[in-house]
Design a protein. Structure first.
Length: 245
């Protein structure tokens, strides 16, 4: 019952979508630093390759990072990604982190129809798509004693009325939270868990302008009076991916 056994992720194979930047990178770095083999997926190949190379300096206990770029808006790219992971990892996939996401802010009078297609596809539909495509890999790596894990990166704006006009984003995250519950019931008997994190604000490119304009106001709404740190989200994902979770 020691912490290394309870919270250990050493040797696990992890796929993080949107893993080259923002919250996805924070999560990926946490796994790499604790001995996991992490695949970083995202639309920009150079960003994935650069992030993977930079993570070599923090790798511990045999951990490593590898770039697997894919444009997840396209079903064919999702299929290619799952096939490539299967080819590289005959033993299967221990952890899938559905983190890739998009946002779109505009007032209700000008909010475009295209925003709904882009945001809901990436934030919600592809979480299901990749879980479905990776399920054979997850089952291959799972056992009753140590199930495979699916972790979805949701948002507090999926649980509350958001302060900003991000209609498609907040709706997609609310859907993701409920999707995770439905998947948990379906996949549990197959030794695969499904959990979702309701993340608040973090210092990411997506949040940069918002935090510069109103970062203090955001912090005041949080009991600790600060926004999220890298270790907050990395630690939560490691917990959910370990026996402690």
């Amino acid at each position: 019952m020691d912490t290394e056994t309870l919270f250990g992720v050493k040797g696990k194979v992890v796929l993080v979508t949107g893993g080259a930047k923002g919250i996805g990178r924070m999560i990926a770095e946490g796994f790499v630093a604790n001995g996991a083999k992490v695949y970083l997926s995202g639309r920009e190949a150079k960003a994935c390759e650069s992030a993977a190379a930079e993570m070599a300096s923090i790798a511990r206990h045999g951990g490593s990072a590898h770039a697997l770029p894919a444009d997840l808006q396209k079903l064919s790219e999702c299929q290619r990604l799952a096939e490539e992971v299967s080819r590289r990892e005959p033993g299967g996939l221990h952890v899938l982190v559905n983190n890739a996401g998009a946002n779109w802010g505009a007032d209700i009078d000008s909010y475009p129809d295209a925003a709904w297609t882009k945001v809901l596809t990436l934030n919600l539909q592809r979480a299901f798509t990749l879980t479905q495509l990776c399920l054979p890999l997850l089952e291959r790596a799972s056992s009753a004693e140590d199930p495979a894990r699916v972790v979805h990166i949701g948002s507090i704006d999926g649980l509350r009325v958001p302060t900003l006009s991000t209609y498609a984003y907040s709706a997609s995250k609310a859907g993701l939270h409920h999707l995770s519950r439905a998947l948990a019931r379906e996949l549990g008997p197959r030794h695969v868990t499904s959990n979702v994190l309701a993340c608040g604000p973090f210092r990411t490119k997506m949040m940069k302008a918002t935090l510069e304009a109103a970062g203090d106001a955001f912090a005041e709404e949080i009991p600790l009076r600060r926004i999220g740190k890298d270790e907050d989200v990395a630690g939560a994902c490691i917990f959910l991916a370990s026996k402690a979770g």
